[in-house]
Design a protein around this ligand. Sequence first.
Ligand code: PLP
Length: 292
Amino acid sequence: HATEGPGGGVIQGSASEAVLVAVLAAREQAVVKYRELHPELSESEIRGKLIAYSSDQSNSCIEKAGVIAAMPIKLLPAGEDLILRGGALKKAIEEDVQEGRIPVICIATLGTTGTCAYDDIESLATVCEDHNVWLHVDAAYAGGAFALDECADLRRGIDRVDSLNFNLHKFMLVNFDCSAMWLKDANKVVDSFNVDRIYLKHKYEGQSQIPDFRHWQIPLGRRFRALKVWITFRTLGAEGLRAHVRKHISLAEQFEKLVKDDKRFELVAPRALGLVCFRPKGDNEITAQLLQ
Ligand code: PLP
């Protein structure tokens, strides 16, 4: 948070909730904007045209957010390297606009669940900016590595996204559940979710330095998750947390070396942070047995 500017952060319970909040806020913003542009259309006609995008490698919670938000999410084909790029998004948006649909949001992933692939945020941001589409980044796992200078590449394009989430309950040693969410313009969420009642009034209302988090989330009440974040950070310090993430990465590097040196196994994707995807050579049946 800063006292100036509309940006802000909020702790949600899970990545799924953060993604849902972004999807719902983007949806409501799109409806308001489109109603102004096309007063001849009814609200339900507009809602029926909304469409969202993500990659076919994104986490199941993205598709689920689409189900809850009643907005179809197209899972676009990632490249052979399992990365989603602007080209695929541009093609899909142009086809949809041609067919009268209204593109609302693209959810990119930094660190996919399957292989920890990083979608190309810069090229996606360019397409989103051109088409007035909200760009959310789900960095549930990899976001913890934003703390490392040697992972600065991961942050490329992050200044151009509308919202971002990462799980402190993954790399950052905070107990489950704890997902940090940032918004470039928090008013877009607050305006979408602001439902008042007389019994919710308080004397600090409208003071931008004192965010009223009930407008930033699904539930009305909140857990005091900031306390466990504070305790973890105070106990370990920034260097302690960085050392922890680096340890994960170095263990994965050691494991990757073991896999490479063993002729029974092969890597199926490049190692990324603490994730090594490998399989026994030969039939899939052997992999299934090993997994079992
Ligand atoms: N996004 C990604 C990339 C994930 O890997 C996961 C879970 O592993 C999630 C979202 C879902 O996280 P949560 O359980 O916090 O909703």
